[in-house]
Design a binder for this molecule. Structure first.
Ligand SMILES: *Cc1c(COP(=O)(O)O)cnc(C)c1O
Length: 425
């Protein structure tokens, strides 16, 4: 029984009614939930960290294991899904998911690797134009990647422009970001922001930032680790130069899943760009002639280095099929409601020890809400865990809760709010 003692938001009917009316509700059954004591399912809100396993993933991975055992090297050509072109099976579904052309999209490597590969080509500092703009408090891997690229070009900390919220505010204002680019644009080589900030859950206005950056002659890239599978991205239309993302968060591709990269159409034949090359980026017709000269593939595929990890890709295929069936626009529609419902229930608790720092405007966030706990008290997170809530704690004082539209229900969100209220009491 769900107690209704938490006031639900006025514009929301009750959770059961919303679940019954939800056309995406049955997708939940396509996933394995982790086991907790008893036969209860946990309230799983960490799809922003590691998405749940699609049940089909096992079958898809087993098929490749099976073909490997039966065919060995012949599997490159004769597996049921031949391994040689295997990455191509993922290209179109991934392109649809991020709003890109297939030629602009490639599934390869891991996220930070792809970020470096993109910066090798697209961060080309000159005497006048050398700065990189990132958001202060960007995910550490991105900070390290950007710092090390600057060092590689013999630059220093002054080359880094970190965007900080106004005094007393937790998130950036688009107008301030745009204004900064407007004022310092001539010296900015690269703008590299998270599509959605992992800590605050803020979604940046990628279209507006890209438009201003490009107007000023800057290259604009986004790390979409927290945006892919969360927002309805339109990377091509927004005119973004490049983007990278991982597939183990909202994309449910499994631990260490193979990542994605986007390069805008206008760069697909830019063979003069410096790039770190490998044989998988070579012309497919001549790759196995094993010649000494690199003959670069056009398109995002030309940035590939190595022959890809088939077992990982098999798991990711299972997940991308689900996204194709559900469609990103329908998922985003549900997500706005689900997170809006969560926000209204948290407001309804009315406890001033907690504060949602994620923007209130649904257009400026994905599914995640970041709850600041005053005094940085980790014990609240601990109590939530003991009650079967899987969320995460980020130093110094934030609990991140990410209800995902594929496998979280309105009931999950409601139960969470009841437990949160009880833990605060
Ligand atoms: C999750 C995440 C990473 C992790 O990088 P890996 O190379 O996949 O380990 C990097 N950057 C951002 C913004 C992330 O959210």
């Amino acid at each position: 029984m769900i107690s209704q003692q938490v006031r639900s938001g006025s514009e929301f009917p009750n959770a059961e009614a919303m679940d019954i009316a939800d056309p995406l509700a049955s997708f939940r059954d396509r996933f394995h939930f982790p086991e907790i004591e008893g036969d209860q399912r946990p309230l799983y809100f960490t799809g922003n960290s590691l998405g749940l396993m699609p049940k089909k993933a096992r079958e898809y991975v087993e098929q490749e294991l099976d073909d490997w055992s039966r065919l060995a090297v012949e599997g490159h050509l004769h597996a049921r899904n031949p391994w040689l072109p295997y990455h191509e099976f993922l290209t179109e579904p991934m392109a649809r998911l991020v709003g890109a052309l297939p030629s602009e999209t490639v599934v390869m490597n891991a996220l930070t690797v792809n970020l470096h590969l993109m910066m090798v080509s697209f961060y080309r500092p000159t005497l006048e134009r050398y700065k990189i703009v990132i958001e202060k408090g960007a995910f550490p891997s991105d900070q390290y990647a950007v710092d090390s690229q600057i060092k590689w070009h013999k630059g220093d900390r002054n080359w880094l422009v970190e965007l900080t919220p106004r005094e007393g505010e937790s998130t950036l204002r688009t107008e301030d970001v745009v204004d900064k680019i407007d004022r310092e644009g001539e010296s900015i080589a690269l703008i590299m922001l998270g599509g959605v900030n992992y800590y605050t859950g803020q979604a940046f206005d990628m279209a507006a930032i890209t438009a201003k950056g490009r107007e000023k002659g800057c290259v604009v890239g986004f790390d979409c680790a927290h945006a892919a599978g969360n927002l309805a991205l339109r990377l091509h239309d927004w005119d973004v130069d490049f983007a990278v993302w991982c597939s183990y968060k909202y994309l449910n591709g499994g631990p260490g899943a193979v990542a994605g990269a986007f390069v805008h159409e206008r760069h697909l034949h830019a063979f003069e760009l410096p790039r770190f090359a490998g044989w998988w980026g070579n012309n497919k017709q001549t790759r196995f002639l094993m010649g000494p000269e690199f003959d670069c593939l056009p398109g995002a595929e030309g940035w590939q280095l190595s022959n890809p990890p088939i077992l990982q890709m098999a798991a990711l295929r299972a997940s991308l099929e689900i996204f194709d069936e559900a469609t990103m626009s329908a998922l985003r529609g549900k997500s706005v409601k689900l997170t809006g419902y969560l926000e209204s229930l948290i407001d309804g608790i009315g406890d001033d020890r907690i504060e949602v720092i994620t923007p209130r405007d649904p257009a400026q966030r994905g599914c995640q809400l970041s709850i600041r706990v005053r005094g940085g008290d980790r014990s609240l997170h601990q109590k939530l865990s003991e009650r079967g809530v899987v969320s995460d704690w980020r130093e110094p004082d934030v609990i991140r809760v990410a209800p995902t539209p594929l496998y979280n229900s309105f009931n999950d969100v409601h139960r969470f709010s009841v437990i949160l209220k009880e833990c605060l009491a």
